[in-house]
Design a protein around this ligand. Structure first.
Ligand SMILES: Nc1ncnc2c1ncn2[C@@H]1O[C@H](COP(=O)(O)OP(=O)(O)OP(=O)(O)O)[C@@H](O)[C@H]1O
Length: 214
């Protein structure tokens, strides 16, 4: 269970998201909201990437009190990743794999499956946006996470890659009991994604808060 209490995130004194209380059960969930509604801000807060006010707990691990253990269990892929141009995808992913204590074979297996092994020894500055996005998506699966957040996983990547990511989400959810938070500004129902991924709950990000859609 992901527990959010008295949460608020402000930029320049302007509240982007405020949540009094929200409990998100394990499973695959979709977060929907228009551009600028605060999906990435919420995901980044839950990932422990940006500061916020309030409490966040994942499976009773407190993001502040159990900060290292929490971060070993909660992974995120950014909607619009930005990495240093001079590193290679391999450098970056090897570093993340080490930090997340990934099994030695996991990185190569994921790289082959997602198809980044073809180009990952080249500098990131030479990648297309889809190639960069695949590096970011792969990074979120490394280690032993029990919660993976994929921010806008469908944008930029081609149809084949979308199918591979769906397979990975299903495989990790089914075989390893990993929960997922996925976000999209698109109406995913028209894409049939709900059926493909057995989405448990849909959350609406709007009016500076998050509510479960019934
Ligand atoms: N670092 C920042 N400094 C100031 N304002 C920011 C910052 N990051 C985000 N914001 C603002 O917070 C609001 C929410 O942005 P956020 O990126 O979380 O929305 P989103 O729902 O993910 O949007 P999109 O669908 O376009 O990716 C926007 O008004 C944005 O301008």
């Amino acid at each position: 269970m992901l527990k959010i209490e008295n949460f608020s995130k402000k930029y320049n004194n302007h509240t982007i998201i405020a949540i009094e209380e929200l409990s998100i059960p394990e499973g695959i969930h979709w977060f929907k909201g228009v551009n600028g509604s605060g999906k990435s801000t919420f995901f980044r807060s839950v990932a422990g990437i940006i500061p916020f006010d309030g409490k966040i707990l994942w499976k009773n691990l407190d993001i502040r009190k159990d900060s290292v253990n929490y971060r070993m269990k909660v992974n995120m892929s950014e909607a619009d990743p930005a990495y240093p141009d001079y590193l290679t995808g391999y450098d970056l992913l090897s570093f993340i794999a080490q930090a997340k204590q990934a099994a030695p074979s996991q990185l190569n297996q994921l790289a082959e499956k997602i198809g980044v092994d073809i180009y990952w020894k080249s500098p990131i500055g030479t990648y297309s946006s889809g190639m960069l996005k695949k590096i970011s998506l792969l990074s979120a699966f490394l280690g032993h996470p029990s919660l993976i957040m994929l921010d806008e996983p469908l944008i930029t990547i081609d149809k084949n890659s979308v199918a591979i990511i769906y397979d990975l989400v299903k495989e990790y959810a089914l075989n390893q009991g990993v929960s997922f938070l996925l976000s999209s500004h698109q109406d995913f129902l028209t894409g049939g994604y709900e059926a493909k991924l057995s989405i448990k709950n849909i959350y609406l990000v709007q009016d500076q808060t998050i509510t479960q859609q019934v």
